[in-house]
Write a protein that binds this ligand. Structure first.
Ligand code: SF4
Length: 375
């Protein structure tokens, strides 16, 4: 139990102070590359011997970013721009920006001019994933990322190390899925906030290090008897569910997170990279073609609502909270379909706006309280 609590505290500390994690790696002589949310190909960074770190915004007061972004850009990108401009990311060798939505497309240009001290590496993913040409196109994008990264950092990856990295990432995916399955049996200990720390901290560790810590947490949980949770269980869906105060409000209302469909959390671990089918870059491209259930990825038939309903059934969740990122067009387009399918499957559903730059939670507290009563 002591080890379990120590490991959970370690991950919480990384979430509360990612800068300290970055300093830790820089002190070891490692280069750190920022990976914009979501789907930057961090395997290419890892395989070149560098540390990829997730950039998912945070709580800050906007002062400088307003000169670059309109007020209707999402809070994640507003915060990332502010951190880039005010020096919070100083020490990073480069950032990778996947131009996967309109805001991210603008970010590539804003970053290039606003933060010239940190090299920006863009990547454009194909949305028509049925054409064989899309695979070749994505491989050429990865090659381009490799070249620009190598020019900025002097570190070039080798095919052998990419294959090793893919194994490390697949193992990490599996361990994170295992954690999610185990966590739901210990909802006394794995509160919404603790669960979030385990998931979020993955963005601030070298992946095999994170795998080792989460494996130890899973072992610790397995030594404990299962806990019979008597409150309400929900699934969280969306881009992120932050800041911490929101998750505390869930706990206050005796609501536990049974599983999630957040781009920041479990969506990252849903799809492994195939272990055969060509070289490392080709297989990474195949992983993109196999991803599903995300508002940022074009799919016929919009299966996300069905996927979430299945999660409810599997975990015993009574309902779903859609965490709708403020000003996020891809999510706004998805929500009507998602809500309709979830309700048709017989589950309750509420949508709450996520704005990590906001510091007032009374409205959302009332909404969650009401939702807990109808669950
Ligand atoms: S997908 Fe949504 S949350 Fe992510 S960068 Fe684009 S607008 Fe922001």
């Amino acid at each position: 139990m002591v080890d379990l609590m120590e490991n959970l505290a370690l991950l919480e500390a990384a979430c509360k102070n990612p800068r300290a994690q970055m300093e830790h790696y820089l002190a070891q002589g490692k280069r750190v590359v920022g990976c914009f949310a979501p789907y930057a190909p961090e395997e290419l960074v890892h395989a070149a011997g560098m540390i990829p770190m997730g950039l998912w915004g945070g709580q800050t007061e906007l002062k400088l970013a307003k000169s670059y972004l309109p007020a209707f850009a999402c809070p994640i990108m507003q915060a990332n721009m502010e951190f880039g401009l005010n020096g919070t990311y100083k020490g990073m060798s480069a950032v990778i920006i996947p131009a996967i939505c309109d805001t991210l497309r603008c970010m590539t240009q804003n970053w290039r001019f606003g933060v010239p001290s940190i090299q920006m590496v863009p990547i454009v993913y194909p949305q028509n994933r049925k054409l064989p040409a899309s695979l070749d196109y994505l491989i050429s994008e990865f090659e381009q990322v490799q070249v620009v990264l190598a020019t900025a950092t002097g570190q070039m990856m080798k095919e052998k190390s990419l294959c090793e990295t893919i194994k490390i990432y697949n193992e990490h995916n599996a361990v994170m899925r295992e954690f999610s399955n185990e966590a739901v049996k210990h909802l006394d200990l794995i509160t919404p906030l603790v669960r979030h720390y385990v998931m979020k901290s993955a963005w601030f560790f070298e992946k095999s290090e994170h795998t080792a810590i989460v494996k130890a947490i899973i072992s610790g949980l397995r030594e404990l008897p299962s806990y019979e949770f008597t409150g309400k269980k929900v699934i969280l869906s969306g881009i992120t569910c932050e800041p911490d105060e929101l998750l505390k409000i869930l706990k206050e209302n005796n609501i536990a997170v049974a599983a999630d469909d957040l781009a920041h959390e479990s969506r990252q671990y849903r799809t492994d990279t195939p272990m055969s089918g060509g070289g490392g870059l080709r297989r990474l491209a195949m992983q993109w073609m196999a991803r599903y259930g995300c508002s940022l990825i074009h799919e016929d038939g919009k299966p996300r609502g069905g996927i979430i309903s299945e999660l409810c059934k599997k975990t015993g969740a009574a309902g779903v909270i859609n965490c709708l990122m403020k000003f996020c067009d891809p999510e706004e387009y998805d929500i009507p379909y998602v809500e309709k399918d979830i309700r048709a499957a017989g589950y309750s559903c509420m949508t709450m706006e996520i704005d990590s730059l906001n510091s007032s939670y009374e409205q959302v507290r009332t909404r969650i309280q009401t939702f807990s009563e109808i669950l």
